[in-house]
Design a protein around this ligand. Structure first.
Ligand code: THU
Length: 137
């Protein structure tokens, strides 16, 4: 699975975003180390704080399916009725969830508004000195 294809899956997942409060739609596609892809979209709530980001929906779907190792995640976001923005970076809470499962080996974060404008970041670049499972040993 190349990263353009993964970004296209995130773009498609974004169509399922439930975001009646922010009107900001996000999609994510998470690549498991066995080649399976888990997608997610943001899911908001009238009480606001139960809102879950697209990235965490993708991670929790995968982890609850028994997956533990991942190689990359593609993320796209932007205002409801507009095409995805060029760069929507994951929030701090989602970075911390990535650290839990991906902090001990290379993990790519693919951002971009379209498959033609992709940027790839390492988790260790966007979450330096992360606190993770190894920190408790
Ligand atoms: N959101 C995500 O899904 N992922 C991010 O990385 C940033 C923010 C969602 C949460 C909320 O539903 C909306 O975008 C506005 O913050």
């Amino acid at each position: 699975m190349d990263y353009k294809e993964l970004l296209n899956l995130a773009i498609r997942a974004r169509l399922s975003a439930y975001m009646p409060y922010s009107h900001f739609a996000v999609g994510a596609a998470l690549l498991s180390d066995d080649g399976a892809v888990y997608t997610g979209s943001n899911i908001e709530n009238a009480a606001y704080s139960p809102t879950v980001c697209a990235e965490r929906v993708a991670f929790f779907k995968a982890v609850s399916d028994g997956k533990r190792g991942f190689t990359a995640i593609a993320i796209v976001g932007g205002k409801e009725d507009a095409p995805p923005d060029a760069l929507v970076a994951p929030c701090g809470v989602c970075r911390q969830v990535m650290q839990e499962f991906c902090g001990n080996k290379p993990f790519d974060i693919i951002l971009g508004g379209s498959p033609e404008q992709i940027r790839v970041y390492k988790l260790s670049d966007i979450l330096p000195l992360g606190f993770g499972p190894d920190s408790l040993k």
